[in-house]
Design a protein around this ligand. Structure first.
Ligand SMILES: [Zn+2]
Length: 150
């Protein structure tokens, strides 16, 4: 009986530890490092109290669109799609995705007269273009999108 209990405890710990490691450090990219670099270079370190992590792998891939990154401003979590943790993904593309989400945390949304919320405002787009590989990244995304879809 005692043995059984022990094993159970060990088993319960393992998946959690695995998760912790997977949170920021992927196989190819460490999101924590990239976040700090971007924060310093583009935001004067002002993006604070945000967690950045790899999202969970899903069984099914989308057919027609792909969400590379998300930001939850209430929980202050930025999630990057785990399929970006691959050798063929250029680091400057991953940085661009992360930069885009970080930018959301500092550029306010705009409430339109229709009542809709605009997140990619003129101000947002202008600042997004300030990213050093913006055009290269957009082109890469366009050309490589099919590799992420089913
Ligand atoms: Zn966005």
């Amino acid at each position: 009986m005692a043995k059984k209990t022990k094993r159970k405890i060990a088993y319960r710990k393992l998946p959690m530890q695995g998760q912790l490691n997977l949170r920021q450090e992927g196989k190819h990219f460490d999101l924590g490092v990239l976040f700090n670099q971007l924060n310093k270079r583009y935001f004067r370190g002002r993006v604070r109290n945000y967690k950045v992590e790899w999202g969970r792998r899903r069984k099914h891939r989308p057919k027609d669109h792909f969400v590379f990154g998300t930001i939850q401003e209430q929980d202050r979590v930025i999630r990057i799609h785990p399929l970006l943790d691959q050798a063929f993904v250029p680091p400057w593309y991953l940085r661009y995705v992360l930069y885009h989400e970080m930018l959301h945390s500092v550029v306010p949304d705009k409430l339109l007269r229709s009542g809709r919320r605009q997140v990619h405002t003129e101000e947002f787009n202008r600042r997004e273009r300030a990213f050093h590989s913006y055009y290269r990244a957009r082109r890469w995304e366009e050309q490589n999108l099919p590799r992420f879809l089913r």
